[in-house]
Design a protein around this ligand. Sequence first.
Ligand code: SAH
Length: 336
Amino acid sequence: MPTARLRRKISPRVLNGHPWVFANEIDSVDPGLPDGEVVQLITYDGKFVGQGYFNSQSQIRIRLLSRDPKALIDATYFHQQLEQCWSYRKKLGYEENCRLVFGEADGLPQLIIDKFNDYFVLQTLALGIDRWKPALVEALQKIFQPRGIYERNDVPVRALEGLPLQKGFLSEPFDTRIQIQENGLRFHVDLDQGQKTGYFLDQQDNRRAIQSIVRDAEVLGAFTYTGTFEVHAAHYGARSVWGLDISASAVEMANANAALNGLSDRCRFEVANAFDVLKSWGKEGKSYDVVMLDPPAFTKSRETIQKAITGYKEINLRGMKLVRPGGFLVTSLAPI
Ligand code: SAH
């Protein structure tokens, strides 16, 4: 197997378990090593560290897949990894919908697979994993016999790996506007046009967690996307729910989701810039029992972290000002 050698003096980060090896941490690689290939990583003095995929075009030169020198990285390896991910999710109680593969956290760097009951959405965001797409699709077919598999690789981060931005079917074509069930409610999901993979599955437990605080409450939600938190609030007994999002198509689908669950009388959405509206409503003295905020990531890079922190501070402050005494602020802070 081709080999890459670490520099002598680097931080212990990689040896301590971090799966990324940056360009400036590498001493040398075998000449002519093709991008996307699995390599074995060794320390400067030749001790095995792990196996991972290499890409000379990316600042993250190697992403480690395994710390086992004997692991054979082939189609069977990925099949087994997906099976392991699924049995772990089932243990956690997921049945229909879940993020089946969560990239590095599942030992599969830059691979995201969302399971929407019988449909799967896949993102391969590094060259090393992109090459295994056919094997991943075959494994999904074998393990789940899905009704459809869709690729949402229209993600700018792929450009950093020298990969094209693309989306489309990885199975027989199917209608990408589907419905899913979550906590006893139904939601429209557009796997092709929706944001990211179409739906924010990672918030499903948090949506359930608002149950006791929204009963009889007047609720305001901002950054609602397709209204999932807000529809939950109405379902859990809120007196009224207002939702705001800057995207007209998200608001349209949010109103459709309220209607789908027979909650339109208590749950309405409109297009608005939350920064402006929350500010002016604060000045007008409006108030709510529960304010829910779920803004998008305000930064993707180190350079803009300070600006992002200012943004998070501002939106949370504006939200807090609208909460009545004894009320609740429900806020989701995107990881920085
Ligand atoms: N809570 C949602 C996910 C929200 S994603 C869920 O669980 O499904 C973040 C949303 O913020 C996106 O829908 C995006 O359109 C919206 N957004 C971004 N900037 C905004 C702004 N300035 N005002 C209102 N909404 C905004």
